[in-house]
Design a protein around this ligand. Structure first.
Ligand SMILES: Nc1nc2c(ncn2[C@@H]2O[C@H](COP(=O)(O)OP(=O)(O)O)[C@@H](O)[C@H]2O)c(=O)[nH]1
Ligand SMILES: [Mg+2]
Length: 245
């Protein structure tokens, strides 16, 4: 049977050193699958876009979308998804936090008949061991924040916030997300699940980045997550919201 074609979306902000390692790894892992890579860069000062263009000269099938200003991971992923040509869209962080074997597992999993599949840092079988105390604080806040989301939304998932996910293009076209920052990741899951689609979570490994810095400010993001969560529960949970795929 012909393997489904794949668009891999990589949001980047100052990830030059990481992208040079990540793209060759993706090319190796998915070489037997018809795929394209879409790098969505918010004019990173470190030259991530230029480095990605160079990689395109070597490998081909890499499109680089350069956005004028830094608007957040949600806006970048949305632009990448909107530009995807293939039937399955997969997005990943670009800082080497996720492994390519997990990325490939998501590609396989969605072919079991799901509409949306995402990676979880907090499930049985996941691995997430922060190296620093700041990392441990971030993990604690994120893990417990996710527990609050699980209880409030009634959705039996452990991680609503990881950007390792695979979605069918026809599903993406229906959900029309609005959020620009990290809350986009939760918005996607809530809309698909409340909309009645087939969704599932896969335990994954999450490694601390080696190159570059995190752009995530938990003090700002965490309260935003909780406010948005309430908004989406009210808008979609008991209102008869339905998606048809
Ligand atoms: N294009 C774009 N990418 C972003 C933005 N913010 C974060 N990213 C990318 O999103 C991914 C996850 O961001 P990161 O800072 O590592 O978040 P953390 O893993 O939660 O610390 C990385 O590939 C970042 O380069 C943004 O504003 N624009
Ligand atoms: Mg990261």
């Amino acid at each position: 049977m012909l393997k489904p074609s794949l668009s891999i979306v990589l949001p980047t902000y100052n990830e030059k050193d990481n992208i040079k390692i990540l793209i060759p790894e993706i090319k190796k892992t998915f070489e037997h699958i018809n795929h394209e890579i879409i790098v969505v860069d918010d004019s990173s000062p470190d030259g991530t876009a230029k480095a990605s263009e160079e990689l395109n000269k070597k490998y081909g099938n890499i499109r680089v979308i350069v956005r004028k200003k830094k608007e957040g991971i949600g806006a970048a992923i949305r632009e990448g998804y909107n530009n995807a040509n293939n039937s399955i869209i997969l997005s990943s962080d670009s800082d080497l936090s996720f492994t390519l074997s997990d990325t490939y597992r998501l590609y396989e999993k969605i072919q079991e008949g799901y509409d949306l599949v995402w990676g979880s840092k907090y499930s049985k079988g996941s691995f997430y061991e922060p190296a620093t105390w700041q990392g441990r604080v971030k993990k604690w806040v994120s893990k417990n924040g996710n527990k609050i989301i699980r209880i409030t939304t009634g959705i039996k998932a452990n991680d609503f916030t990881a950007n390792l996910r695979a979605i069918r293009k026809d599903v993406w076209k229906q959900i029309s997300t609005q959020d620009k920052t990290n809350t986009f990741l939760m918005e996607m899951i809530l809309k698909c699940k409340y909309g009645g689609l087939r969704v599932t979570e896969v335990p994954v490994t999450f490694k601390a980045r080696i190159h570059g810095e995190s752009k995530m400010n938990l003090g700002i993001e965490a309260p935003k997550f909780l406010i948005k969560m309430v908004k989406y529960v009210l808008m979609y949970r008991f209102t008869g919201y339905k998606l048809t795929c």
